[in-house]
Design a protein around this ligand. Structure first.
Ligand code: TYM
Length: 397
């Protein structure tokens, strides 16, 4: 089967992350911009060039599903466990991004705490990493404004997420020219806030699922624009670390990614789903009318998705979906494949659910303390960057 250049690039990056994770996270040194037109690093830039900052974020728009888990949270936990002590780990619940779509204020408050509890339940330790709500550190939105003054509207309007929304809207009304009127500016400038999230902590590496790749390319574009406009060499170019399970697909439609906001709950498995629900969802997952497992990613996306999920819960990157399909799962019936997937998923989620219940039992007060501790650490991390940024831009007196 012919594979596209971008798929092969994904594979290469997936393998790179796998090697990095296997090698106990000897991550490559962060790339910095040393073009001759830029001044050398700012004298007062205190960070040593070997200091690594890993940053990532998740929206509190619902219970995380196994796509979020395999694409982001599991790699975060691996980094958390294996990165050396000189590596900072910052994980953010991006509540400002969550208000770019219609939402209910009371539900958002509940979901923020649920997401924090989920991050603790997957094993992130607040004494090793920083866990915080984006809106609690105003430097994120302050830097967003500064970056927006250099951001190209042309670039933003070509971004996939925006174009998808635009397409969705233009078919829903009688006058296609009204499409942009109905869309909100927050959605258009969403990537600038995401760039600010990463850059305000001068992150060197960003572990995400594949759908975030374009947003991080944009963040690197913001670094280039900023360094071209102002003196100083403040920001490293953040590197995207795409998880080996780069895109887990919907169980009801294997050309759409699994999503928190998809209408049908049957399209996903949430981290808090019990074994019975997991079994039912996997049993109902759409595959095709052929029997017997084979490795044909393009012709059999539903089967491939189940194999990817199985591999991830069996301990990928050591075990790949293809190896499973061509080895121990070769030719097994769909029923057997689904039973195996359900068993491994439930096994993998069991410990997380137990810890989730324990965390929730400690009450909202405990979660708020963790968030406050995270806010203090994140604000400190952002403070030095903002001092350098304001000095470069001419805002600091
Ligand atoms: P969000 O909340 O949609 O998703 C959080 C993380 O989960 C990954 N992910 C998936 N991975 C594999 N398969 C899937 N079906 C799947 N669905 C989601 C996402 O790639 C992501 O890593 N814009 C971001 C949040 C964000 C952010 C940031 C991320 C805001 N600022 C700065 C990194 C750095 C988002 O909406 O993620």
């Amino acid at each position: 089967m012919k594979r596209s250049a971008s798929m092969m690039k994904c594979d290469r990056e997936g393998r790179l992350l796998q090697r990095q994770l296997r090698a106990g996270l000897r991550l490559p040194p962060p790339r910095r911009c040393f073009a001759s037109s830029y001044l050398p690093p700012h004298d007062s830039q205190k960070r040593s060039s070997s200091h690594r900052v890993i940053f990532s974020g998740i929206q509190p728009t619902g219970t995380p599903h196994i796509g979020n888990y395999l694409g982001a949270l599991q790699p975060w936990k691996k980094l958390h466990d294996e990165a050396d002590a000189n590596t900072s780990l910052i994980f953010c619940i991006v509540d400002l991004h969550a208000i770019t779509t219609q939402h209910d204020a009371a539900i958002l408050r509940v979901r923020k705490r649920e997401m924090l509890a989920a991050l603790l339940a997957i094993g992130l330790d607040p004494s090793r990493c920083t866990l915080f709500y984006q809106s609690s550190v105003p430097a994120h939105s302050e830097l967003q404004w500064i970056l927006s003054c250099q951001a190209s509207t042309g670039y933003l309007s070509r971004m996939t997420q925006w174009k998808t929304k635009l397409r969705g809207n233009s078919t829903s009304g009688p006058d296609p020219s009204m499409a942009t009127d109905r869309l909100k500016h927050g959605l258009f400038s969403y990537p600038i806030l995401q760039a600010a999230d990463v850059l305000v902590h001068r992150a060197t590496h960003v572990p995400v699922g594949e759908d975030q790749r374009q947003h991080l390319e944009f963040a690197r574009e913001c670094v280039t624009n900023f360094h071209a406009a102002y003196s100083g060499n403040i920001f490293p170019y953040p590197e995207t670390l795409v998880s080996p399970a780069r895109r887990i697909m919907s169980l009801r439609n294997s050309v759409q990614k699994m999503s928190k906001s998809a209408e049908s709950a049957k399209s996903r498995i949430e981290l808090t789903d019990d074994a019975k629900t997991v079994r039912e969802r996997i049993a109902a997952a759409l595959t095709d009318d052929r029997g017997g497992v084979t490795w044909e990613p393009e012709a059999r996306p539903g089967v491939t998705n189940l194999l990817e999920i199985l591999a991830a819960f069996c301990g990928a990157p050591e075990v790949s979906a293809r190896e499973l399909a061509e080895g121990e799962m070769k030719g097994v019936s769909m029923r057997e494949l689904k039973e195996r997937v359900a068993e491994k998923v439930s096994e993998g989620l069991g410990g997380i659910q137990e810890r989730y219940r324990e965390v929730r039992k400690r009450g909202d007060g405990y979660l708020d303390e963790v968030a406050e501790e995270g806010r203090i650490k994140a604000a400190r991390s952002a403070e030095e960057t903002m001092r350098l940024v304001k000095e470069a831009v001419g805002l600091g007196l």
